[in-house]
Write a protein that binds this ligand. Sequence first.
Ligand code: S3B
Ligand code: CA
Ligand code: ZN
Length: 313
Amino acid sequence: MVDSNQIGFGIGVHGDKKQVNTVFSNSYYYLQDNTRGKGIYTYDAKNSNRLPGTLWRNADNQFTAKYDGPAVDAHYYAGVVYDYYKNKFNRNSYDGAGAPIKSTVHYGKSYTNAFWNSYQMVYGDGDGSTYPFSGALDVVGHELTHAVTEKTANLIYENESGALNEAMSDIFGTLIEYYNNQNPDWEIGEDLSFNRQGFRSLADPTKYGDPDHYSKRYRGSNQNYLVHTNSGIINKAAYLISEGGTHYGVTVNGIGKEKLGNIFYRALTQYLTESATFSQMRAAALQAATDLYGAASAEVISVGKAFDAVGVN
Ligand SMILES: CCC(=O)Oc1c(C)cccc1C(=O)O
Ligand SMILES: [Ca+2]
Ligand SMILES: [Zn+2]
């Protein structure tokens, strides 16, 4: 029996209709997308902690039940993230060599987390105060960008390199949301909450208690808190590079999302090392902007001003 590529019909977490790439094999339709790299595969943990679980399948190629929603979004949004990296930077999957992208949904019981475990993405259902975690494209983009980071700079997930790791995921999760262009914004995770409040803001990190200047960085020893809060300093610099603004008296001329993406992707893949500090991020972004736009370019000036504005020298 030869497998055949099909197009299924899905309804996402938010009741939004979308087509999903599936494979028909031995009388079942699988959430397997053979049109991107070596494939995108979506699994069901059935509320256990076993990974990856079972490859999602059904008999009619219709993925419209409430229980199907998290799988539809994980599968579809992984395809959007694949397309962003391929179309913008000619990067074929997170490893550049077409690595299969695997996601598991319905992980755990009322599990309010999402993570990349070095092999795959894992999404919880949320605890009733949030939607299932694959229901937000910026979150899916955030998780898959952890995979890109791991295959490139491999930023150590602690201290300043860990906050850079987190910022890269928030920044590219946001740029991917703008690429998809459905209610894009500079907040993270707004599609997970019933009141559309995100859990981090790049435009104003202080909105959720995160620092927007190096002098306000968290200096404690709680690493999980540290990497997810001091990322606000770099997130704010990225926001200023793209959108511009005056921050603590420093005025930055915005150069737009495309150029922000080009500069930060080049910094991530060409210049950052695993133990990079915020100061080394500034240098890497300046070097990347110089490579791309020239030493005395407006882009280089904006990058320097943005890091000045958040107190990173
Ligand atoms: C934007 C996605 C995000 O931050 O996911 C995490 C959650 C919800 C808990 C713990 C870690 C992460 C992560 O991927 O950094
Ligand atoms: Ca968002
Ligand atoms: Zn993260």
